[in-house]
Design a protein around this ligand. Structure first.
Ligand SMILES: Nc1ncnc2c1ncn2[C@@H]1O[C@H](COP(=O)(O)OP(=O)(O)O)[C@@H](O)[C@H]1O
Ligand SMILES: [Mg+2]
Length: 294
């Protein structure tokens, strides 16, 4: 097959891992930076150009779209889909998952347990808004953050109001969420490919930190999920229309809850922690789902 990996850099672990898995299975693979793709719709026909060359004869794309490229990345994926190319990631699924509040709204509507979460758009009555939470600390999150960077624990309503005022005045969208204290700096990353959880790890935050992201210095180990967690993870991915998803789960006193679903989950942490060749599962998924047949 003729496969394109959409990625900002060929040097990234996930890109390398997918490239290796695909070439080992005999596919022809190109790594293309989606931010340098030109998109043309001419007389109703969709085309993609890269460095002035038209990309043709492509059977499948594997998008790896970072948080800063969500919108343009979705245009590029949709363009390929309009050309009849199979994409592992649907543009609408990317957009839904990338907004943490939209994502949680969709999950909650479909019966997936999530922490109590609220959002607001104005700063005049923040004390009234914060009364929605009977307890502090709360978690304040930028809706489009990743790697734990826009996730803050606030200990008092005064600090929460000040932070929210600052973010909203800067036109950053945020959510406020109950703090799941009993998860004590750990979370679970369940990695879904197709209709299976292919690997799972528990991440533990560094000392003095509540965010368990590996990018924040967290450590990780393989973990066995409960049947309920497997089913929550698979259902979360299915509801969002994601064939590949990193589902983040917190174990709370009220049961396991989903805090976010990653549409372009990194492979490095999960592959090195669990020794599962996830890239190979993704290439098998592409082989099963694309229309291309030898
Ligand atoms: N409601 C919460 N209660 C306790 N810890 C949380 C909560 N939300 C997030 N965290 C911690 O912060 C980390 C980052 O939050 P997450 O929503 O996954 O955002 P990101 O996209 O930055 O990874 C989580 O992995 C978890 O350790
Ligand atoms: Mg996360």
């Amino acid at each position: 097959m003729n496969i394109i990996i959409l990625s900002r850099s060929a040097a990234l672990y996930s890109t390398q891992s997918l490239y290796r898995a695909a070439t080992m299975k005999g596919h022809f693979v190109q790594i293309i930076d989606h931010m340098y793709c030109d998109l043309l719709v001419k007389n109703g026909k969709s085309k993609v150009f890269y460095n002035g060359y038209e990309l043709q004869g492509i059977h499948a794309i594997i998008p790896r779209i970072g948080a800063t490229a969500t919108e343009y990345g979705s245009y590029v994926i949709r363009q390929f889909e309009n050309m009849g190319v199979y994409s592992v990631l649907k543009p609408d699924s990317l957009l839904k998952a990338r907004n943490k509040f939209t994502c949680l709204q969709i999950l909650a509507k479909n019966g997936i347990p999530i922490p109590n979460t609220a959002t607001t758009n104005y700063t005049e009555d923040l004390d009234v808004f914060l009364d929605l939470f009977q307890e502090h600390p709360v978690i304040i999150k930028l809706l489009s953050s990743t790697h734990g960077e826009g996730v803050i624990k606030s200990d008092t309503p005064e600090v929460s109001a000040t932070l929210m005022e600052a973010f909203l005045n800067l036109k950053h969208k945020i959510l406020v969420q109950e703090f799941i204290k009993e998860s004590s700096g750990t979370d679970i990353r369940a990695f879904v490919v197709g209709d299976k959880v292919v690997a799972a790890m528990e991440r533990r935050a560094a000392i003095g930190e509540f965010r368990s992201n590996l990018h924040r210095g967290g450590s990780s180990e393989s973990i066995r999920l409960t049947n309920e967690e497997v089913s929550i993870a698979k259902k979360s991915a299915r509801i969002l229309g994601l064939q590949v998803a990193g589902v983040d789960i917190l174990r709370s006193n009220k049961g396991s809850m989903v805090i976010e679903v990653n549409a372009s989950p990194g492979l490095e942490g999960i592959e090195t922690t669990t020794n599962v060749n996830i890239a190979r599962s993704i290439i098998s998924l592409v082989e099963r789902n694309s229309k291309f047949r030898l």
